[in-house]
Design a protein around this ligand. Sequence first.
Ligand SMILES: Cc1ncc(COP(=O)(O)O)c(C=O)c1O
Length: 306
Amino acid sequence: MVACALTKAREFGYDTVACASTGNLANSVAAHSAEGGFRAYIFIPHDLEQGKVLGTLLYGANVLSVNGNYDEVNRLCAEAGDKYGWAFVNINLRPFYGDGSKSFGYEIAEQLGWKAPDHVIVPCAGGSLISKIYKGLNEFDRLGLIDGGVSTKMYAAQAKGCSPITTAIKTNAEVFRPQKPNTIAKSIAIGNPADGYMAMDTVRKSGGWADDVTEEEIIDGIRLLGRTEGIFTETAGGVTVSVAKKLAAQGRFKPDEIVVIAITGNGLKTQEAVVGKLGETFGIQPNLASLEAALNTEKLLAGVGV
Ligand SMILES: Cc1ncc(COP(=O)(O)O)c(C=O)c1O
């Protein structure tokens, strides 16, 4: 998505790009700017995880840590875009950044052998990605690339601590109420989502649904995905896995249906969320006797992670 946006920035003649971000867009804009030779100004809320901040500074971007939440950062950026004439990826370049994420939908169809899944569950922040995955699938269908058409149901996933989109869907509301985010799922902590209406519309017209999960369930979701699939996801992925579990318990998926769970971020970026919650390492001496003694303890005899 950022590759699309910066290609357009170059075409429009910008030499400076910028974005407001909960951390992942920050990493990507910084990296693509380094490669493309743009000056970059990245605006983030002050309380983001270290991994995301380091992963942005590394590429030589100017990082502005704003003393406020994402929605305040974004409002500042809208004003700055007007004043300085920079290319803000998520503001004045938003249509290109948004449409870039259709590639997520293209890749789902391709990796399923040119089929559309029955259900897709997507973590929502500003609400763009969910509608673009749906758009991508439908574009491929119009091109005749999808066997059996698209009857995919789309599901929005959020944390209870920031759930303007899922709350509106679950209460059948026409308008969503902005919230003040309070969750460890910082990547998707947007209280006033720019594309919230588009996300609601996508869920409704596809026949999907929405749900949200507690902080504890987010950690459980991260652990479940690690234990069962060998994938370490960040907190947004924990939200999506646990929402998928809730939707399954509500009987929304048949056993033979294809369900795609969008895991959108790497767990190394949000290590703070799981520190102290994953059990402990088992210390031994570098000799077989010590190993033998350890293997005979109750914890290691069970044969599953301690
Ligand atoms: C890890 C992760 N997943 C999903 C999203 C959702 O994106 P959108 O703003 O398009 O709803 C974001 C957005 O920042 C994100 O960082």
